[in-house]
Write a protein that binds this ligand. Structure first.
Ligand code: FAD
Length: 316
């Protein structure tokens, strides 16, 4: 039985840890946030939750589909929609696509479900990982370490002499998520709007339709360019983002009753890696949504799973 530290309790880290535990290893998952979930994040406003990170997920692989069906059977996930609208300066058109899934209690609840039986330590940031003469995580020896987070965050932890340092080189793009609510709905019953050709807005989700309670709450995601201008003071982006939202969705004229801006400094990878994970001879692994063809919840799941299986094989 090996001692493994998984740094990051987002979906990829939790899935990786489960594979290692299933293979009989002792696994500690450490996250700087208080709860598992990472970018599958929610925020509570009164008795409602709002998804302020990932908006939804899709499934392609049999492995992820099986997990999603189990979530559906237990009422944790539900099919949301296969049609969003596309807004452009020329007009708004419906756009059919793959089935998108949502979670009544927020996408974070799905990561928490998978983390239930794991030893997860929240509010426990890792500051350094050393590999010279054996792996040490914050000065404590272990047999292997998994960095399950965006490359820029992982690279900060690992010494420059580690092979992983050179590999973890994918820059990430930022985003801001504006949650905004009113006392009534004045917009059409669209589930969401992909926003094309706007300098500030990339996407708007109708959180009332996503939750299924019809609440008059929208979540608008900024472009990376708009986010870069507000990383030091995200609240200052509320005005410009609300003005942009008014161009796309016919929301009420009056002031909203709810406004919140969430900053995502590392929202999505700029490029992505060709491989599904990193694992080197010093038994440092890395996984997450940069390790696949496109950044997504499913990519994070598959990457964490593949690394967990490969590391379990390596540990014997
Ligand atoms: C605004 C936004 C919208 C998105 N929309 C969608 C969408 O609609 N559909 C979709 O499929 N995907 C979407 N995504 C992407 C999706 O959220 C991610 O692909 C997925 O959640 C990544 O999981 P992960 O485990 O790779 O990383 P993360 O979820 O980022 O987990 C990394 C974890 O590592 C922790 N951590 C970092 N540094 C340390 C440290 N030093 N010590 C301890 N812990 C640390 C973090 O706290 C975090 O919990 C979106 C992401 C964002 C930000």
């Amino acid at each position: 039985m090996a001692d493994v530290v998984v740094v990051g309790a987002g979906l990829s880290g939790v899935v990786c840890a489960r594979e290692l535990v299933a293979a009989g290893h002792r696994v500690t998952v450490r996250d700087r946030g208080r709860r598992p979930g990472g970018r599958m994040a929610l925020r509570r406003h009164g008795d409602r939750v709002v998804d302020i990170g990932a908006s939804y997920f899709t499934t392609r692989s049999d492995e992820f589909s099986a997990v999603v069906e189990d979530w559906r059977d237990r009422g944790l996930a539900r099919p949301w929609t296969d049609t969003f609208s596309v807004w452009s300066p020329d007009g708004t058109e419906p756009k059919p696509g793959p089935l998108r899934w949502a979670a009544p209690d927020g996408l974070r609840s799905l990561v928490q479900d998978l983390a239930n039986d794991l030893d997860v330590r929240g509010a426990d940031p890792v500051t350094h990982v050393r590999t010279e003469g054996g792996i040490q995580v914050d000065g404590t020896a272990c047999d292997a370490v998994v960095l399950a987070m965006p490359d820029p965050q992982a690279r900060r932890l690992i010494g420059p002499d580690s092979p992983a340092h050179a590999v973890l080189d994918d820059p990430y793009e930022p985003a801001l998520a504006l949650t905004v609510g009113w006392d009534r709905r004045t917009w059409p019953d669209d589930d969401g709007w992909f926003v094309d050709g706007h300098p500030d807005l990339a996407w708007v989700a109708d959180d009332g339709r996503r939750r299924g309670d019809g609440a008059p709450v929208l979540v608008a995601h900024s472009t990376a360019d708009r986010a870069r201008r507000h990383l030091d003071d995200p609240d200052a982006a509320a005005g410009p983002l609300l003005a942009a939202l008014r161009e796309v969705v016919p929301v009420p004229d009056g002031e909203p009753t709810l406004v919140h801006v969430q900053r995502w400094t590392f929202a999505r990878p700029a490029h992505g890696h060709d491989a599904p994970f990193h694992l080197d001879d010093s038994l440092v692994g890395a996984c997450g949504d940069a390790w696949g063809t496109s950044s997504s919840v499913e990519t994070a799941f598959l990457s964490g799973r593949a690394l967990g299986q490969a590391l379990a094989d390596r540990l014997g």
